[in-house]
Design a protein around this ligand. Structure first.
Ligand code: 26V
Length: 821
């Protein structure tokens, strides 16, 4: 293997690290050692660590360059990174040493780490998956980097007032982000707005010119991504929008200097705030500009790097792969065409070949309301040349479709990039499909539905390009770092190989019958439960027993995820105890966490409902020692790291056919929780791996749901009439037993659950859910049995490491290789 000429100077021993940390306190923070608080020490350590990461980043870059490696660029509008310091230390295997160093200096490293704000540049699953992918790519020594937006404000922070969610701005950079590197030397200029003037070349060729555009500058910030073991350091490159120096000359010439500056400042809005998607943001001009900004910055950066080593764009796709994380960066297809055709004067057909060979698209949701569409008029205003190109792509594509299916104008209409229903809109999913050589879903079931439900026409046309890549999570953050007690036990049992090869945990199977190991495993779980219990007590003043079942649902609040079904079960248990004296065998602590989109009324009401039920259940003397309900506010990566290791029972209860994959489900099971779940998303594959004895499956299958909904034959009233339990629970809501001070507050829920168009079919799954919860109660009472099931869950989750997922993408889509030092 070729070597880098760059040599590493910074040593990772106690002496050099200590000296560097002290130096940074003085020279970077301008403080005297005695005056440094936890936060200062965190910064100094981050800077000392950054020095080391940067050296390795340069080496990694040289390694890739020397072999002219093909690189993969992950384009994503979101990255839900979570805290970076502890994770990087962990991957550099420096945690123990730094803990020691800090102890000697009189600081507690855990507290120092806790002073870092979570960079929350994402909403949920999609953004967190991107972060896990980056960790795995670096660990596998693969040339794969992330491209995104350097939002000034991340996902809103959630606070709860009287049971209602309030949103607060998340100014996460307040304290700075010491691990990142600003790269103003690599800034790029991005044009926006303006008009297209049709001109002709001297040779008589048609030459459209995009003119009179405004421009903004994209300034990259690199966050080093170190793989486990520290050999490879890739980066996440986030672009911040900065005003260009060019004034709007028209305003300027009129002497209105201040207004000209103001226009410039406004252009910096582009990277100001992350949209809380899951609320509909389509139609918002700023969001469209964000999407283009990401794509345009990313492509400029990539083509510049390509041109430094190549001059022939015919070979572009041999060196560059771009993965489109959902349709948000789908304009990549158009921007790359514009670059090749307009700027490089490459023939359309050739350019299209290059573009399709470069791009690949991942779909992340089946909800029809989540499929992006942009109005033609908005596109025309913001990106006039791109709209022309979209029309040209569409014209050529539909010509092919029409030739293949003569007379089938319905098909042509369905496959068109432009919908004509109402005002004209561009369907971004169709654009992403047409412009990519690969289209994948994120679990086996989801990928099947991508073919049959979302894109049947496109699948028929090009079946070969549709494929599945089941999601995963990185075991470094989600086991090694977040659950050190269990991680140590696992390493003692099977060796530390599991950290980079999760399938090794299979060896634990042999320990599932070993009572000594079972005791140790459950002791680790209990320790984590005590820790979470203390946290709940200190933040919510709710006392929870670590001997109760920790039954947890932590994820975005959304009707399809059915937090409501969970609440109905709590109400059911409450009624059983209070009205019938039927006590469960094991006490339970129900824990919820998750944010609702700010404009999503129902989701916000569900948060209120959880709090109202908690008030009643936690304070009734008959139930307070048997049931506890806690809603932990402001769910984010750092909280997930506390919550997940403490879980006994993980709630994965979406209506079958709605959750594309889920990744929280994997994190919980990996940490020894059992799952109560529907036959949906990746639950299906988890069940397959852990075995049905170790998974609490309930509810309708996707086919049954689909059949019922398409036949409009769901009759929730009949279900209600036939079930005493449902009548009791809904009756209790109507009698205001959970809203004694606010009559009819939750009546809407009863109305909705009983409506024939209730698309998530809560009541259809209710009985099956309650019965299965009964089995959980029974099994938990047998400590030995539960321990065995929990161990087998951890043991059999090897498939769900993103290391496996990344290997599959690398081989099946990107054609990139590990480049080891
Ligand atoms: C988007 C929207 C937009 C408008 C209205 C409602 C709505 C609801 C959901 C979404 C989903 C955004 C994409 C996303 O985060 N998908 C998640 O991706 C994860 C990683 O592949 C996957 O595990 C989750 O199942 C999937 O929901």
């Amino acid at each position: 293997m070729s070597k880098s000429s760059f040599t590493i100077k910074k040593k990772n021993d106690r002496k050099s690290l200590t000296a560097d940390i002290r130096d940074h306190v003085v020279y970077s923070l301008s403080k005297e050692a005695e005056a440094a608080n936890e936060r200062d020490m965190g910064k100094a350590l981050s800077l000392a660590l950054r020095d080391r990461l940067v050296e390795r980043m340069i080496q990694t870059r040289d390694r890739y360059r020397n072999v002219k490696a093909k690189r993969m660029y992950y384009f994503s509008i979101e990255y839900l990174l979570g805290r970076c310091l502890g994770n990087s230390l962990c991957n550099m295997e420096l945690l123990d040493l730094c803990e020691d160093i800090f102890k000697d200096m009189g600081y507690d490293l855990d507290e120092v780490r806790a002073s870092e704000r979570d960079p929350a540049l994402g909403n949920g699953g999609l953004g967190r998956l991107a972060a896990c992918f980056l960790d795995s790519l670096a660990t596998l020594d693969m040339p794969g980097c992330g491209y995104g937006i350097h939002y000034e404000y991340g996902l809103f922070r959630q606070s709860i007032h009287d049971g209602y969610q309030k949103e607060l701005a998340d100014y996460w950079m307040m304290e700075g982000m010491p691990l990142q590197l600003e790269r103003p030397d690599q800034a790029v200029i991005i044009p926006l707005y303006g008009k297209v003037v049709n001109t002709v070349t001297p040779d008589g060729d048609y030459l459209p010119m995009w003119m009179d555009w405004d421009d903004i500058i994209g300034v990259p910030y690199d966050i080093p991504i170190v793989g486990y073991g520290g050999k490879t350091v890739n980066y996440l490159r986030l672009f911040a929008a900065r005003a260009s120096q060019n004034f709007d000359m028209e305003i300027f010439n009129h002497g209105d200097y201040i207004r000209a500056v103001q226009r410039k400042v406004e252009s910096e809005m582009v990277s100001k705030v992350l949209y809380p998607t899951e609320s509909v943001s389509f139609g918002k001009e700023l969001r469209l500009v964000q999407e283009y900004f990401l794509v345009a910055c990313g492509l400029r950066d990539i083509t510049r790097r390509f041109l430094a080593q190549n001059d022939d764009f015919d070979e572009f796709a041999s060196y560059v792969a771009i993965q489109l994380n959902d349709t948000h960066p789908a304009l990549t297809v158009v921007e790359l065409m514009r670059f090749l055709v307009d700027e490089k004067r490459i023939q359309w057909g050739k350019a299209w070949e290059i573009t399709r060979a470069t791009c690949a698209y991942t779909n992340h949701t089946l909800l029809p309301e989540a499929l992006e569409q942009w109005s033609v008029s908005l596109l025309e205003k913001v990106l006039p040349r791109h709209l022309q190109i979209i029309y040209e792509i569409n014209k050529r594509f539909l010509k092919k479709v029409a030739a293949k299916y003569p007379g089938d104008s319905e098909k042509v209409r369905r496959m068109s990039l432009v919908t004509e229903s109402g005002s004209k809109k561009v369907r971004m999913a169709n654009l992403a499909v047409i412009g990519s050589h690969s289209v994948n879903g994120v679990s086996a079931l989801h990928s099947k539905l991508v073919k049959t439900r979302l894109f049947p026409d496109f699948y028929e046309l090009e079946p070969g390009k549709f494929n599945n890549k089941t999601n995963g999570v990185t075991p470094r953050r989600w086991l090694l770092k977040s659950n050190p007690v269990l991680a140590r036990l696992l390493t003692d049992a099977v060796g530390k190989e599991w950290i980079t090869d999760l399938s090794v945990l299979k060896r634990l199977d042999a320990y599932a019958q070993d009572s000594e190991f079972k005791a140790l495993f459950m002791k680790a779980k209990r320790e984590n439960k005590v820790r979470l219990g203390n946290f709940i007590h200190s933040t919510l003043s709710i006392n929870v027993s670590p001997d109760s079942i920790f039954d947890i649902q932590a994820k975005r609040i959304h009707e399809y995820k059915r937090q409501l079904l969970n609440v109905l079960h709590i109400m059911h248990m409450y009624i059983q105890i209070v009205d019938h004296g039927n006590e469960p065998l094991s006490p339970r602590t129900f824990i919820f966490a998750g944010k609702a989109a700010p404009g999503y009324w129902e989701a916000k009401q569900i948060i209120k409902l959880i709090h109202s039920v908690a008030d009643v259940v936690n304070n009734n003397p008959r139930t307070k020692d048997l049931l506890k309900v806690a809603f932990i506010p402001d769910y984010r990566v750092s909280l997930a790291e506390k919550i997940i290791p403490a879980c006994d029972l993980s709630e994965q209860i979406s209506t079958a056919g709605t959750e594309a994959s889920g990744t929280g489900n994997m994190k919980f099971a990996m940490n020894g929780a059992l799952t109560i779940g529907t036959y949906d998303g990746a639950n299906i594959e988890m069940l397959e791996e852990v075995g049905e004895d170790n998974f609490y499956l309930f509810g309708l299958r996707q086919e049954e749901v689909e059949q019922t909904l398409t036949a409009h034959s769901y009759r929730p009233r009949e279900v209600y009439n036939n079930s005493f339990e449902i009548r009791q629970v809904l009756g209790a809501i109507l009698e205001n037993r959970f809203s004694p001070d606010d009559h009819d507050l939750f009546r809407w829920i009863v109305d909705k659950l009983l409506a024939e168009n209730e698309q998530y079919m809560h009541l259809a799954d209710f009985q099956s859910y309650i019965n299965t919860q009964g089995m959980v109660d029974k099994d938990y009472a047998s400590k030995q049995l539960w321990a065995q099931k929990a161990i087998l869950n951890t043991a059999r989750m090897g498939k769900f490491s993103t290391d496996r997922t990344m290997q599959e993408y690398a081989e099946g889509i990107w054609n990139i290789k590990s480049i080891k030092g």
